[in-house]
Design a protein around this ligand. Structure first.
Ligand code: BEZ
Length: 388
């Protein structure tokens, strides 16, 4: 071959590789985890990362044949630092995809940055209704839930059990407020009444005065959203105040997921609604639980499932793009119409990219959230305000 011709061919190969993105250059796909590795939600962050990595490890450290590499940022569940934190991943580290986060307030800042920069964002927990509502976008996907979903399912359960008057108690931020709104919507539609809405700032745990107020109101039922370390403290305080025996406590399932070891006796018999449960009769869950326990010497929880499914979703997108992250349209089209074979049971996405999924009724028995049945079948978030 003439030297000039060989040089031309080499130059063309470089141009093709540049146009082809990560795949053509054989570069790993860079995943940026933005999660709260410290604070009240720290255990949730670990479970999400574990779940994600388990799926990737099950595929030899690759998705769709592409090597996966990780960077991480601790978002501390602090919305005021969220924009700076997500830009560390997007601008400084130039990640191919951001996976995060847990806290709804932080997630809303991340969704804005993802929308502005066009970076792919997969949300493996935070339920902020806005993320798959007014902030929805072709490059934003969620593998968890909207805050509305478990709350709405529990409102129906509580009304069917004949409760008429409810008090709600939660942290005053998007997740708590939207969870309560979901409960309120179905509970009041069925004739129930919310007699008092109690809140305290996130992530405070001084529940005593509010528990005294509940005792004096004597509602038929108390609905709550708490998660992580705050949920452990709340359930223990509720029982210690003697309320467990007189006023039934129900909640979104985060109240008792990943927390039962620490809550012990105080959690026994609690009823919650969530898109995951112990004792689901599906093969995927059985193999997932075995693999997770073997890899991490821990039992998985809902957060681990959501992380695992975030990796599955990315894998589906990458496969459709033949490992080439620059083929955004093919990736997003495949992710949007994916049917994810999740340990929770298979799910699809709504038009606004939120899981359409069964919400289970669970009861705490020992250290498990035993499934009692399906509280809401294939429940889709209404996606209010999403124009896509
Ligand atoms: C949230 O902030 O969206 C959230 C946090 C923990 C558990 C569930 C939801």
């Amino acid at each position: 071959m003439h030297r000039r011709h060989a040089v031309k061919l080499a130059a063309a190969a470089v141009v093709a590789a540049m146009a082809g993105g990560a795949a053509a250059q054989g570069k790993p796909v860079k995943v940026g985890f933005m999660l709260p590795y410290t604070g009240t939600y720290a255990a949730l962050a670990t479970a999400i990362e574990n779940g994600f990595k388990l799926y990737v490890d099950e595929h030899g450290g690759k998705l769709a044949g592409q090597q996966i590499e990780y960077v991480r940022v601790d978002d501390e569940s602090d919305p005021s630092k969220a924009t700076d934190n997500v830009n560390k991943l997007i601008k400084r580290d130039q990640v191919d995809v951001v996976v995060g986060t847990v806290h709804s307030g932080v997630a809303m800042a991340m969704a804005k940055a993802a929308k502005d920069s066009g970076t792919l964002l997969i949300v493996p927990n935070a339920g902020a209704d806005a993320v798959t509502g007014p902030m929805c976008a072709p490059n934003i996907f969620r593998t968890s839930f909207s805050n509305w979903q478990p709350g709405y399912a529990m409102g129906e359960v509580a009304a069917k059990r004949g409760y008429k008057k409810a008090v709600t108690i939660t942290w005053k931020y998007a997740a708590g407020e939207e969870s309560v709104n979901g409960f309120k919507e179905s509970f009041t539609k069925a004739g129930g009444q919310i007699v008092k809405e109690l809140t305290l700032p996130f992530p405070r745990e001084e529940f005593q005065a509010l528990l005294t107020e509940i005792a004096s109101i004597k509602p038929d039922v108390v609905y709550t959203f708490f998660a992580g370390a705050g949920a452990v403290k709340f359930v223990k305080d509720y029982a210690a105040a003697g309320l467990g025996k007189s006023i039934p406590l129900v909640g979104a399932g985060f109240l008792t997921d990943g927390t039962l070891e620490a809550q012990g006796e105080a959690a026994q018999g609690l009823l919650t609604t969530l898109h995951y449960a112990d004792g689901l009769d599906n093969a995927k869950d059985k193999s997932f639980r075995l693999a997770y326990a073997k890899a991490y010497k821990l039992q998985p929880d809902v957060y681990a499932v959501q992380g695992y499914d975030a990796a599955q979703m990315l894998g589906i997108g990458l496969a459709a793009a033949k490992g080439d992250m620059s083929k955004r349209d093919a990736m997003y089209a495949a992710m949007a119409k994916a049917r994810i074979d999740s340990p929770r049971g298979a799910f699809t996405l709504s038009k606004s990219h939120n899981p359409v999924q069964d919400i289970y009724l669970r009861k705490v028995v020992g250290k498990t959230n035993q499934v009692q049945g399906v509280a809401a079948k294939a429940l889709a978030d209404p996606g209010r305000g999403c124009r896509m």
